[in-house]
Design a protein around this ligand. Structure first.
Ligand code: ADP
Length: 153
């Protein structure tokens, strides 16, 4: 089975990487798909985010990095994926993620959303938290892959 892991990844964190690694054990192929969202003002360009993801997933033979715009289910269908992979951190993620899963299912019943629970150590971690710490001059070495640490310097 092919899974699409969609997200902003602005930037990718160790929490995202953990979901990708575990997804790679479950699925034949995991396509990490960076959403081109014109409504958000990102810190990193889509190209840069893709490079960051590429750099930290070299050890995973069944991962592919791509970008997309428009509806996630349309993208998944084009890529012949059967699964949307998402991570769940805390209870507050749940309502939004459930709403999205229901919406996507109403648009395309053949595509299933699969949630992986975050590993305990990353349950507090988000891209926005990383950006906030970096902006204030704190160390993010323990929160993001090495390539991202250099980009945030
Ligand atoms: P989006 O804008 O789509 O929420 P994100 O890049 O913030 O994009 O997150 C993409 C996916 O990764 C979401 O399913 C999110 O819940 C999950 N995720 C983000 N951070 C973590 C983490 N620390 N542990 C597990 N899953 C995470």
């Amino acid at each position: 089975m092919i899974a699409v892991y969609p997200g902003s990844f602005d930037p990718i964190t160790l929490g995202h990487l953990d979901i990708i690694e575990r997804g790679c054990r479950l699925f034949e192929r995991v396509i990490v798909a960076v959403l081109k969202n014109p409504q958000k003002t990102p810190l990193f360009t889509v190209q840069k985010r893709m490079e960051q993801i590429q750099a930290c997933t070299q050890h995973l033979p069944n991962v592919e990095i791509d970008s997309f715009n428009g509806l996630t289910v349309h993208y998944a269908r084009i890529r012949q994926a059967q699964v949307l992979l998402r991570g769940l951190r805390v209870l507050s993620d749940f309502e939004h993620e459930l709403q999205m899963a229901h919406t996507n299912n109403s648009l395309s019943t053949e595509i299933e959303t699969v949630f992986l629970a975050t590993s305990n150590e990353y349950s507090f971690l988000s891209s926005s938290l990383v950006k906030e710490i970096a902006k204030l001059g704190g160390s993010v070495n323990h929160l993001v892959p090495k390539s991202v640490v250099l980009d945030l310097d």
